[in-house]
Design a protein around this ligand. Structure first.
Ligand code: IMP
Ligand code: MG
Length: 188
């Protein structure tokens, strides 16, 4: 889906598809360098559903065999505010004891989801747990999260596209855009 098909539903385009791709390539080079000495490549853990696009593009950009697994956690529902409540809806299929794990996320907002997830995976005996996030809202942080790889720091607006949704819509938008306020105001 292209932004021009959405009319006034976006107030602006924040990061274009081309910018996302270019930044992901840079991040992939960093990741390859950082894990170069490891015995086994890291397990990429994507957080459903938002990380699907980042995972698909990052994994293809990486030059090592990128093993993937997925978790689903709930924190949002259809609201635009973080609840801080994290629940595992789908757990990993992979045993991660002694593995290097790289969590792949779409966005860090309050940081509550990722700080919880990082601790959870560390408690399973992973050798290391690092985070790679395509977007980060530094001004929305409620907890400090150590993020090894960040695509773009963005303002504290509600954004959609490139995997990010509002009420399950806009995930397949190619770019990342700011959702116009009238869209969620209309929804109540
Ligand atoms: P956090 O726990 O507040 O960091 O929220 C993390 C999750 O909330 C992300 O993985 C997204 O799924 C969702 N989220 C946070 N900000 C946005 C946004 O601007 N648009 C869409 N989803 C968001
Ligand atoms: Mg998410």
């Amino acid at each position: 889906m292209d932004a021009n098909e959405l009319g006034s539903e976006l107030s602006k385009i924040l990061v274009t598809e081309a910018e996302l791709k270019a930044r992901l390539a840079e991040m992939a080079r960093e990741i390859e360098a950082d894990y170069a000495g490891a015995e086994q490549p890291p397990l990429l853990v994507g957080v459903l559903k938002g990380a699907v696009m980042v995972m698909a593009d990052l994994a293809r950009e990486l030059s090592f065999h990128a093993e993937m697994d997925w978790m689903a956690v709930s924190s949002y529902g259809a609201s635009t505010k973080s609840s801080g409540v994290v629940r595992i809806l789908k757990d990993l299929d992979t045993e991660i004891a002694h593995r290097d794990v790289l969590i792949v996320e779409d966005i860090i907002d309050s940081g509550l989801t990722l700080s919880w997830l990082k601790e959870n995976l560390e408690s399973r005996g992973a050798n290391s747990v690092r985070i790679c996030a395509m977007l980060r809202k530094p001004d929305a942080a409620k907890v400090e999260v150590d993020v090894a790889y960040v695509g773009f720091d963005i303002p504290t607006d509600f954004v959609v596209g490139y995997g990010l949704d509002y009420a399950e819509r806009y995930r397949n938008l190619r770019d990342v855009g700011v959702l116009a306020e009238h869209v969620y105001a209309d929804a109540g």
